[in-house]
Design a protein around this ligand. Sequence first.
Ligand code: CAA
Length: 384
Amino acid sequence: MLFKLTPEQLMIQNMVREFSRKVVAATASERDKTKEFPAENFRQMGELGLMGMMIPQEYGGESADAISYVLALSEIAYSCASTSVVMSVQNSIVCETLNKFGTEEQKQEFLVPLASGEIIGAFGLTEPEAGSDPVSQQTTAVRDGDQYIINGTKRFITSGEHSKVVLITAKTDETKGHKGISCFIIPKGTSGLIVGRLEDKMGLRASDTTDLIMENCAVPASNRVGKEGDGFKIAMSGLDSGRIGIAAQSYGVAMAAFDAAIKYAKKRKQFGAAVSKHQAIRFQIADMATQIEAAKQLIFSAASMKDRGETYTKEASIAKLFASEMVNEVTARAIQIHGGYGFTKDYNVERFYRDARVFTIYEGTSEIQRIVISNQVLKDKRKP
Ligand code: CAA
């Protein structure tokens, strides 16, 4: 392996693996059916320090490195992708954004309870008519004395219902394009903040995805994150980290599908032998192992660049693009190896396949990742 894990990273991986396979996995299939939000699991994950892992301890986090974070996130995704997406959004685009751009007061009031796992957070960038192109968003924030009045609708918001604090972007100056977008913290319970419709999704069914509607929602000016006009860059910066998380989720789900496929292939007999003895299946397994290993190296590479304090925008997008496409292929192959049984709800592989489908879509589609990667490559000719 290119990366040798430190004793501390191995300890975190083992601790999360044990918790995930014992506690998270126990109810994952059931929650896929009932759509029940795993609130108790998140409480325990908060106690284990998994909800703000890379945040300094003084702000309720664990001061962990990005490698430890991707190890932990992929272990949670191995058992339940719904749980891992909430963990991913919380750790990166919510907690890291506040840690990087928030004031001391904002950190004390919002980051400490978020990073310690007391409360769940959400991030609202996407709108009904602004997905891949967030600059075209329509939500407005108008300054009125020492507050902002926010109006608009955010869509596909992970933890829209169960979050207690929401970070949103809104236009503070219609004329300035991305430089006219700002970022705000809105606590739940703020008058005019309404949780809208709950999406009925193909996968990640135990994680709530909702609209968030703001109708003359007044927030103090002290809840603005960064300067006026910084909102787009704040969101992009949060997504750099978020994309490593989605890649790690992809790796975790792929490993779960891979392990299930191997187990089944060794047990299932056709033509007088376990199907794992047949070359058709062996070659599928070899291809899956190769794809998964390549994704892992890309994820670790991006995470270690982040740990070294280097710019990792391109590497995060490469890892996200490759790993999310990989898990869609690996989960499809896992179903193929299971044959007709893979198409039934008696086996977990159909859940893995459904859960993985959104990984090439959220936090930037594969097409957006290709835009980011090509932009970065063309701008930096020395490091193609
Ligand atoms: N970090 C910091 N700043 C960045 C940046 C980054 N990674 N990327 C771009 N910027 C800055 C640029 O430097 C530029 O600033 P200047 O004008 O000062 O030079 C500014 O932002 C605009 O950059 P671009 O011209 O590249 O912007 P664009 O309008 O062409 O858009 C894009 C770029 C890559 C297409 C971007 O719009 C994008 O990523 N779109 C996809 C949005 C997305 O991923 N949405 C996911 C929603 S969240 C979600 O899914 C979470 C969930 O619930 C799971």
